[in-house]
Design a protein around this ligand. Sequence first.
Ligand code: NDP
Length: 511
Amino acid sequence: MDTLEIGTAAADSTPRPQSGPASYAMLINGEWVGASDGGTRTITDPGNGDVLATVPEATAEDVDRAVAAARKAFDEGTWKADDNAQNRAKLLLALAASIRENAARLAELDTRNNGKPLAEAEADVSDSAACFEYYAGLATKVMGETVPVPMNMLSMVVREPVGVAAQIIPWNYPLMMAAWKLAPALAAGCTVVLKPSELTPLSALELGRLITSLDFPPGVVNIVTGAGEVAGAALSAHPDVDKIAFTGGTDTGSLIMQAAARNIKRVTLELGGKNPVVVFADADLTNAAEWVAFAAFANQGEVCSAGSRLLVERSVHDEFVGRVADIARSIKLGHGLAADVRMGPLVSAEHREKVESYIEIGKAEGATLLTGGKRPEGETFAQGNFVEPTIFTDVTPDMKIAREEIFGPVLAVIPFDTEEEAVRLANDTEYGLAAGVFTRDISRGHRVIRQIRAGITWINNYHPTFNELPWGGYKKSGIGRELGKYGIDAYLETKQINVYLDEAPLGWYVS
Ligand code: NDP
């Protein structure tokens, strides 16, 4: 397989690859293969429109082959065995080390393919390596228990891998989402078919290269590239897949759950959010303003946990929103590889149109456009999918921009007068992924956060994410949790074993 030769970023220029597009294959049963019908897809850089690579466009037949390889590796191989746990741990540690050795290359690749600023991509790569390290540790700590029961029985509970896991990931954190999916599944002893987003498959394929350079048995990790409607749908409906793990939009999550229902696959879903950030008047407004901007605009706002609804106590509304707007206006936009850039392009032209359509809806609904709302001007931005950091004030809770996930750099601000009103507004959403509260009154911070129905919460900060802690949402934001010890649970079945220690007969039929 060719790999992309990545050029060096010149400060403030729009960096370009040194060589032409690379041609990638996909990973099935330990081999790099093309699509069964020879189909390919072109992958581009959203910051300048450059063609980066071509990748195979998997057919349903390719998905069948990948699932068959994973099935065979699970059913007939030794990967899942208890006495292979130490080996799984060693391989995951080796993979983490290999990611760290290739960190610069992987970060540059994610920036080129997704658009995110290089500093964010570097953090993603480091977190990805740490995720494999964390689950390497857990691989040897999957434990059961013995339970006292009547009848002189030795009763045990053991945990076993769920089987073949299909994993479908989005485009906003291409490498990190692959790590969040693969690491717990492999630690548990599952075998895997991973499908990256059709927009951002390159770092997952490079991760596959690192995997094939280690001693993972063929078929344990398979990576298919292609369209959600074809490869993703085939995976979700496949009768030989035991579990499906998905991160992406809520509508797609619903489709996947419906497909999974046909053979009662285990399902975990990490879906969207319209996450509230509550700022009380007594907060440290200087620090809070930067966190709030980070909540809304990090990764171009293309984050399921983005703090996209700002609820501000009315007495400090104008002052606080002014501070956040000043920060928004100071954010340097550009190609993610250019120096000092803090916001890159959106992932695709199509996605930018979606975000821009929400900006138009916001204006039409009567919200006030405080800052942003348009494409930045200038030659640097001409070929990329850029949108300025955008803040709407005078937003009411019924407006679409207050209710729907925009998944871009658009912040909707709503004032409140009382703590009760803040809680009610925070919970006035069909989602329940994340939330933040800013106050110097720690009792109130705790009281408010406990009343907000969301799975990931922060007090006096926003966004720090740890491999050690559970990630997932309430309500329409998903089912189940990734990361932490909860993440490996999602890949384990629970079995009871009862050993009869008595010599007395059953005495039910025979007296
Ligand atoms: P999707 O939910 O469509 O994509 C996520 C993954 O699902 C991709 O790998 C996609 O493949 C795949 N997929 C798409 N359709 C199907 C299907 N029918 N069956 C199985 N898999 C499928 O997200 P989009 O990229 O289209 O973004 C749409 C919206 O979803 C965003 O605007 C945002 O609101 C939300 N989103 C949320 C994310 C999160 O982290 N919670 C991440 C990404 C998006 P393919 O790439 O080929 O379409």
